[in-house]
Ligand binder design. Structure first.
Ligand code: NAG
Ligand code: NAG
Ligand code: NAG
Length: 311
């Protein structure tokens, strides 16, 4: 079990993060924290140790405390290169993701998208086991980027249409206040769920998600969540799922100027909940494989069933 932050420092950190918002185009603080908490709870001992070793002191051993770090630094000069790595722009109305066609930044630089970034930071972390002598990369940053981007790639609207910037320019109302379609999926649905169903208690939301992973609605699906072949086909699969969900549930029947409320919330919350859970479960699978003691077949994901039973 992960050691928990004392409530005060968690609240303080959340406040710091909220003040440094608003950042467009990112699964909310809450979405990222939930994904990272679920992942950390599913780590096997070797991966749990590696994560603790890599986390900076101030995280207190809690990965979720720093899962939003990439959003905080993306506009700093030093990390400007990371800004296009949070999302993928796909051709309008195509409703598909093709790595060779879509994974590039606006200038056309190849691999500069969230799917390429996941492959990049996963392969950097594979050097962890070789010791610290001639490390080319900062593996603390690699861990934080990977954990963050595994959240982003599961947010359906992070793999959206090019001309509306993943729904950012579709302006609408969420119940009574102004918002946009991208933000509805980043944050509004999650915040409304927290307020309506969980008394604004993130732990209660996380426990509900973890219950459905281990014993409830999704426990039969979990093994198929791990189905993919290699470093590039895995994130390609996650991104492909996202753009189909974006088309089917995000964009469908939504127009500029609409007001979205109860019906949209009730029908989309299950999608959002499942994507947060998938992001967490798959992040754990990657970290368990990358840091695992045994030399597992690189093509086979570890069997998750045992880990999820222990939640
Ligand atoms: C991979 O990570 C390095 C920093 O460690 C960065 O310079 C490079 O742009 C990244 N590439 C992708 C595709 O994420
Ligand atoms: C790695 O990155 C972290 C976070 O940016 C930083 O605090 C740390 O000093 C870096 N480590 C090295 C060896 O540069
Ligand atoms: C968990 O599953 C139950 C039963 O299907 C469902 O009512 C509930 O909304 C799910 N919770 C989450 C957070 O997905």
């Amino acid at each position: 079990m992960r050691s928990r932050w004392p409530m005060d420092s968690a609240a303080f950190l959340l406040a710091v993060v909220l003040v440094s918002a608003p950042v467009a185009r990112s699964w909310s603080t809450e979405g990222h924290m939930l994904t990272c908490q679920i992942a950390q709870d599913l780590l096997e001992p070797a991966a749990a140790d590696a994560v603790k070793n890599l986390l900076p002191e101030e995280a207190g051993g809690d990965l979720s405390a720093l899962c939003v770090w990439p959003d905080q630094v993306r506009h700093w000069y030093k990390y400007k290169w990371s800004s296009p790595l949070h999302f993928i722009d796909t051709p309008d109305q195509a409703c598909s993701f093709v790595y060779s066609r879509d994974c590039h930044d606006p200038s056309g630089a190849k691999d500069m998208c969230v799917a390429g970034a996941i492959a990049n930071f996963t392969s950097q972390l594979m050097h962890y086991k070789h010791g610290s002598a001639d490390r080319k990369y900062n593996l603390t940053e690699a861990l934080l980027f990977l954990s963050h981007f595994m959240g982003d790639v599961h947010q359906p609207m992070h793999v959206g249409f090019t001309s509306d910037q993943g729904g950012n320019s579709v302006n609408l109302r969420w119940f009574k206040h102004k918002s946009n379609l991208h933000h509805v999926w980043d944050r509004e649905i999650i915040l409304t769920a927290l307020a309506e169903h969980y008394g604004k208690d993130m732990d209660a939301f996380r426990k509900d998600l973890e219950h459905n992973i281990s014993k409830g609605a999704w426990s039969d699906d979990i093994s198929s969540w791990g189905d993919c072949q290699d470093l590039l086909s895995c994130p390609t699969k996650y991104a492909t799922e996202s753009i189909s969900l974006a088309c089917k549930w995000g964009y469908s029947s939504v127009h500029d100027g609409d007001t979205l409320s109860d019906d949209y919330f009730a029908s989309r919350l299950p999608i959002v909940a499942r994507r947060i859970a998938q992001g967490g479960v798959r992040l754990a699978m990657i970290l368990n494989r990358v840091f695992g003691e045994s030399n597992r077949d690189v093509l086979a994901w570890p069997n998750l069933a045992a880990a999820t039973d222990e939640l």
